[in-house]
Write a protein that binds this ligand. Structure first.
Ligand code: ADP
Ligand code: ZN
Length: 732
């Protein structure tokens, strides 16, 4: 079949809607899909959550033959297959954990053309008989997941991947699409060369994850701080990263002792325990997983609502990858880093163990970058993207603590001078504890013996507590104003930079943070809080129950995004349910009724939620209740959502209980913004052309003369929309 045909655009859109239940493509998905379907190889770098699977699952569904997906993680294959099956795509996997009988079953189904999507592990390509078997069946495409594993330059090199270079050689007329979430330009070249893919269509997507909110908080009693943070997120799943195994165990035990379902994960646990804990997290049985960075590659869970780093990460790349595990479903999620300069020496200690001088310097440089990330007064998103060579346009990302104004810099020069002076006056021969004793005027035996109670700085800082001075010492260490020397009793020494501060040549600043007056559940993105949380709890339990019956992780049934939409729009009929993002025909049939029943029950338990009248009787109108707090932009977006779902202007007005003129003003704005609005759905094309002509001949934008000209045949809304359309055509 020739897919290189514009008529197929419609079929592709239709499959996206009916099979996957999505309303629109995410960036790059459509062009990748079209390339694959026209037989071209693809190389795509897309961030986690960018929606890579759709790029090969959709062609797999539409094209003839079987799509072969190479995926390195056996543990994920079952979930991926389950997710495809849920959408009604015939899928199977083949890996070393299966018995010979199970494998022959799969071969049999392949031979009978029963499988559209086959997941396999890379090592199978080193088995000649496997390739011979594959040659006997029609293959639609090859998709290589985590393609960076073929490159020794990348951070996950797997020798098994090298045998994948056979694919383009043996299957010369089958398109190969390689996907990864991490690849510098150098790694990209390497992947393309090693795989031998031919003149690929290359995509490098933006690394910006709009739905993630980034913030850094000063770390003090970190476990209590985590507990506070979790207090606002009772039902939300998340990951807490710690650097050491001991810290992982302690924090997990601490949280468990406070009644939070938290499990540990690190490389020191037995592999059974690791997979058991991961599984429990995956299935929403454990709310939180406390982990070292060993926890990562195997997570496909889309409803991770937060990632907390309780310790300083070693480098920004790692931090980005780890935070990237939040919000894959594109719903708001939070990335919180607890930062203490006291963590720096611990990491430096590890870095000092690196023998190769060059590697050590690189590691140090990377560490410095994370310190800068946490302590610079620069948009966090801008900083993260800069690491990937991307320039974040705009001055305010609206999704980090800096841009939302929750942090502020303070001058700490005077306090720094007190510390520096105490160090200098005692000949740079004492450690942190003693210096703080002097500054705070502690009456210790050692102070008296050394007569340090007679120096000028003694007690100069007694109005502030030891914690403050400890923070200051850490700050000065990190800013390289002082250094620790000597072992096992390190003493503090001034650096040249420190001397300049002491003598008043330079000043010192530190970031101060002021919590905003507790705004409940502030999250990334603009959708924050716009759903009924009680209903969400109920639907979540239902989802869990169904998932248990089907033995799949809950997010395979419905993503959080899908549930959030149900809790926003209260669908109680099948057609309404079908409008919800993530519900295709198969899922509608399988679970639609059950969720509708639950929503109906909830509505009858809470009659106050219902707005009477017409179709909207069963709908909690977005305008009810919260509308006063809603910003203009949000309500316009809501109109856009409904419009994209195929609703007419009148229907949207009715559903939202707003005047048609309001909706037309929304649409007008959306048109002017260059959004994807099909004008023909709003104004009949012949009529539109007439109206356009009149606007042009009158040479002005006023509506009334145009409406008068048509003598009632053109409504106010229509005139207004055509005017916007005309403006867009002439200006954009
Ligand atoms: P990746 O593999 O790139 O990390 P996934 O393929 O797992 O991302 O997709 C992440 C999430 O986004 C999944 O929950 C998926 O169902 C959802 N998703 C993918 N494409 C779309 C789309 N066009 N519209 C809405 N949701 C989408
Ligand atoms: Zn920002």
């Amino acid at each position: 079949m020739d897919w290189n045909n514009r008529n197929c655009d419609y079929a592709i859109m239709d499959t996206m809607k009916t099979v996957f239940g999505f309303q629109a493509f995410r960036p790059n998905q459509e062009s990748i899909i079209k390339s694959i379907m026209s037989g071209q190889d693809v190389f795509a770098v897309m961030p986690t959550g960018g929606g890579k699977s759709l790029c090969y699952q959709l062609p797999a569904k539409m094209m003839e033959g079987t799509a072969v997906v190479i995926s390195p993680l056996i543990s994920l294959m079952k979930d991926q297959v389950d997710a495809a099956l849920e959408n009604g795509i015939r899928a199977a996997f083949m890996n070393s954990s299966m018995s010979a009988d199970e494998i022959s079953d799969v071969y049999r189904m392949l031979a009978n053309n029963k499988i559209k999507l086959l997941y396999i592990a890379p090592e199978r390509f080193a088995m000649p008989h496997f390739i011979e078997r594959l040659k006997t069946i029609p293959i639609s495409l090859f998709a290589i997941d985590e393609a960076h594993c073929i490159s020794e330059w990348g951070h996950d090199f797997r020798p098994d991947y090298l045998s994948l270079s056979l694919i383009p050689k043996v299957f010369s007329d089958v398109p190969v699409a390689a996907f990864t979430a991490t690849a510098t330009h150098k790694v990209q070249e390497d992947i393309i060369n090693k795989l031998g893919i031919r003149d690929p269509f290359i995509v490098r997507a933006s690394f910006n994850r709009e739905n993630l909110f980034y913030e850094v908080k000063p770390k003090s009693r970190v476990e209590a701080q985590i507990l506070d943070f979790l207090g606002e997120r009772q039902d939300e799943a998340g990951i807490i990263y710690r650097t050491t195994r001991d810290a992982v165990m302690e924090t997990a035990a601490f949280l468990a002792s406070r009644g939070i379902k938290a499990l540990p994960y690190h490389a020191g646990l037995s592999s059974e325990e690791r997979s058991r804990n991961q599984e429990a997290f995956n299935r929403d049985e454990s709310q939180v997983i406390v982990a070292t960075i060993a926890f990562g590659l195997g997570i496909d869970k889309s409803n991770v609502r937060f990632v907390v780093h309780a310790d300083l990460p070693k480098n920004i790349e790692g931090y980005y990858q780890e935070t990237g595990r939040a919000g894959r479903d594109s719903e708001p999620a939070r990335c919180l880093l607890f930062f203490s300069r006291g963590d720096i020496p611990k990491i430096r200690y590890f870095i000092d163990q690196i023998v190769d001088e060059n590697k050590r310097l690189i590691a140090l440089e990377k560490l410095n970058q994370t310190v800068e990330y946490a302590s610079h007064n620069v948009c966090r998103r801008k900083q993260l993207l800069a690491f990937f060579g991307e320039d974040y346009p705009g001055d305010n990302c609206g999704g980090c603590d800096i841009c939302t104004g929750t942090v502020e810099q303070i001058d700490i020069t005077i306090d720094a001078q007190i510390i520096l002076s105490a160090i200098s006056k005692t000949q740079q021969r004492f450690g942190i504890g003693h210096i703080i004793d002097i500054v705070t005027g502690a009456d210790t035996k050692r102070v008296r013996e050394l007569k340090h109670n007679e120096i000028k700085t003694y007690g100069a800082g007694k109005h502030k507590d030891k914690k403050h001075w400890r923070f200051l010492v850490n700050e000065l260490l990190a800013q390289d104003m002082i250094r620790q020397e000597g072992d096992p009793y390190p003493v503090l020494k001034l650096t040249p930079k420190g001397s300049e501060v002491l003598y008043g040549i330079e000043g010192v600043k530190a970031l101060k943070r002021e919590e905003r007056p507790a705004k409940k559940k502030q999250q990334g993105g603009s959708d924050a809080g716009r759903y009924d949380e009680t209903l969400f709890g109920r639907l979540r339990s239902l989802r869990k129950k169904i998932a248990e019956e089907h033995r799949v992780p809950p997010y395979v049934i419905f993503s959080d995004k899908t549930l959030h939409e149900m809790c926003r729009y209260f669908p109680v009929t099948l057609p309404d349910m079908r409008m919800i993002s993530g519900i295709g025909d198969a899922k509608l049939k399988r679970h639609g009724e059950e969720f509708i029943r639950e929503i109906k029950e909830y509505l009858s338990d809470n009659p106050g939620k219902v707005v009477p009248g017409g179709r909207s009787a069963d709908v909690m109108r977005p305008s009810a209740g919260r509308s006063k707090n809603k910003k203009k932009g949000e309500t316009v977006e809501e109109t856009y959502e409904f419009f994209k779902r195929g609703m007419s202007l009148a229907d949207i007005a009715k559903l939202r209980n707003l005047a048609p003129t309001t909706i037309s003003s929304h649409l007008e704005r959306l048109i002017c913004d260059g959004r994807d609005i099909d004008i023909d759905r709003l104004v009949d094309p012949t009529k539109r052309k007439e109206v356009e002509k009149v606007f042009l001949s009158l040479g002005q934008g006023a509506l009334n003369p145009v409406i008068e000209h048509f003598n009632g045949a053109v409504s106010y809304e229509e005139a207004r929309l055509v005017r916007a359309w005309l403006l867009r055509k002439t200006l954009m």
